[in-house]
Ligand binder design. Structure first.
Ligand code: 5GP
Length: 132
């Protein structure tokens, strides 16, 4: 059975797309910790990120770097934080989170509730800043 993120990468489930290459896909987290919270995934399904082959692993991080640069240009923040958890969705993904202070990376905090229009506007702003 395909993971929810495989279905998102194939366009079978909608997402607020940020960027895409032949192998990788970036989209907004549906329950963001901060505005611009983005997930970066390999299109091909692997559960645990450290099970990726070396080429896919390094490719994923290089793709995430370009996405993070776009987030930094589009969203006012001190840094773009990076985290890998993977306890909820069994499809390798990197969290990229605009942060201003350490507690902005606390996954236990209540998530933001943003309207569809706000998510669309954020996604468009970030994606316009990404040069692959
Ligand atoms: P983790 O597996 O790293 O613990 O968390 C999975 C992340 O994926 C969570 O931050 C959650 O909000 C996000 N997420 C779960 N399901 C969906 C979905 O269907 N669409 C999007 N865009 N994000 C999701």
């Amino acid at each position: 059975m395909s993971s929810i993120f495989s279905k998102i990468a194939r366009g079978e489930i909608p997402s607020y797309k940020i960027a895409e290459s032949d192998k990788f896909y970036a989209f907004l987290d549906i329950n963001p910790m901060s505005e611009g919270h983005t997930l970066v995934i390999p299109k091909e399904e692997t559960d645990y990120i450290f099970d990726l082959g070396e080429t896919d692993f390094s490719g994923l991080f290089l793709f995430a770097k370009k996405v993070a640069e776009g987030i930094k240009s589009a969203v006012p923040c001190t840094r773009v934080g990076i985290a890998v958890i993977g306890l909820e969705v069994p499809h390798a993904h990197i969290h990229l989170i605009p942060i201003n202070k350490e507690s902005d990376m606390d996954f236990r905090k209540p998530k933001l509730k943003l309207q569809k229009e706000e998510m669309e506007a954020i996604a468009a702003r970030i994606s316009s800043q990404i040069k692959l």
